[in-house]
Design a protein around this ligand. Sequence first.
Ligand code: X8Z
Ligand code: ZN
Length: 610
Amino acid sequence: MNKVTAGVVGVLLGAVASWVITSYDSGPAPEPAPTVEEATAFIVEVEKTYDELGEYAGHVFWVQANFVNFDTNFLVAKASEEFTALGVKYANQAKRFNDLELSVDLRRKINLLKQGLTLPAPDDPEKNKELAQITTDLDSSYATGKYCREDGTCLNDRDIIRTMATSRDADELLDVWKGWRTISPPMRDKFARLVEISNEGARELGYANVGDLWRAGYDMKAEDFAAEVDRLWGDVKPLYESLHCYVRGKLVEHYGDAARSDDGMIPAHLLGNVWAQQWGNIFDIVGEGGADPGFDLTKILQGNGFDERRMVEAGEAFFTSLGFDELPETFWERSLFTKPRDRDVQCHASAWSIDAKDDLRIKMCIEITADDFSTIHHELGHNFYQRAYKGQPTLFQGGANDGFHEAIGDFIALSITPSYLKQLNLLQEEPDASKDVGLLMIQGLDKIAFLPFGLLIDKWRWQVFSGEVTSENYNAAWWALRQQYQGVKPPVERSEADFDPGAKYHIPGNVPYMRYFLAHILQFQFHKAACDMAGWEGPLHRCSIYGNEEVGKRFNEMLVMGSSKPWPEALKAFTGTDKMDGSALVEYFAPLKVWLDEKNAGQQCGWNAG
Ligand code: X8Z
Ligand code: ZN
């Protein structure tokens, strides 16, 4: 994703039609009725400006993310301020055409323009400046955040992530879990002010609040979208409950009292991940007793001498095997793959299209692990999507919806199967069918576990933006949702002196999160459609579309559409259906569900979130 979304740049519309002169009235004359020609000229101007300034913004934001310091923060704050002001001006100007009958494309562009700002500022230079400063401060606090122990040793995000993934010492895990959350209390007041200012901006644009603006970006009414995600959660929730029950039992076997609780919830520090969002790293604990896939991809990568660049090359090779062009030489020259030793960078992985053409890059502090191997595919998915839709008009250069953008690379990574690894000579033999549960467990620990997490982050932010949750209960509301949806609880007492949401990148980074929940549904819909197209008859988790140019061609047809059409049309183009639904995911994991339910028989599953 380009951090600089369309809608943040713009210039004043040049010519404004002349005023109608009335003979009786000395007050301001009414503006003449807008015309289609005017709307067309307006959009031409907007797109031209976005093209130019988007590239400039891309460079400014890229430099800051790669060199986070006083000066680059200054530049980013300045650029954000200018671009948001212009974006707001454009969005306000677009209101003039609200009631005008326009072509479908023009109306769509005007809607996309209005929704292009993630955080709109009000039409007030002081508040706009303040908002730009806050977003910059929050983002850089996260990038530079460190947990320093009393002995003077400090851990950065990568160190924390690694320890959470690999340590099996409950005390150490607890220390690091708490430690990372020391970076965020200073963010709390700034975040509260951000909510206030951006809500004012959203209201000026005609939305009830920022949450309403975010929910409006899905080609349906905002309230229907909220119901839509609940429906999707309903499709997959039983799967999560089965996994939760089994994993909890295994953790209790492994950790004893540290994992036990009366309410059935899992302490959040034992799941192999700082945020308990994906659990694949505790595979060693959970995978005993018939749920072992017979290989460990992290060990395979390390054992075969993979370095950062080779990991990215392998990702690229998957895409080219589907018929996509190679990445340009500049991708390799300009991307960041390794955490620099001597400066702060925003390590949270991202993909960029600087010039909306061929200047594609990723920025990622890669480690040689299975996790990062799949994240590389995720990021490259963004880049290949960006390049596929570069021929669209500027305002249509985006995902069909933001969930599509997040799903592309994940869909490709679902094809990293044993047969694929064998083709790459990374595996001697494909594990036989007795290993199916293990293969599914590996995937499920990441993909199933993620579902409630992906759902609740923006449930929290929606509550915050609507005013249902205020800064007096930010943390309590956060944990209430974590408990309700994930059945996960804090390992130590939390209070409003903490600001745990701020310890998750997307909150200080201001990246909407429901997109990842949607992506986790969509990627399985894409996978099933692709495997059907390929004539695959075996179980979905054994299907790899590697090397299938026919599927690649069909997939590309969806990608080139960008955001030019409502997402149901894009979905239909590739999958034949125009609805998001969890059935492909449920089918993929069906054998695991059967197995889990057998293992869980007689257990008291579920939890009491209070
Ligand atoms: O933020 C990301 C990507 C960049 S768009 C690495 N993801 C979410 C997260 O890390 O929380 C991918 C999965 C969910
Ligand atoms: Zn992404």
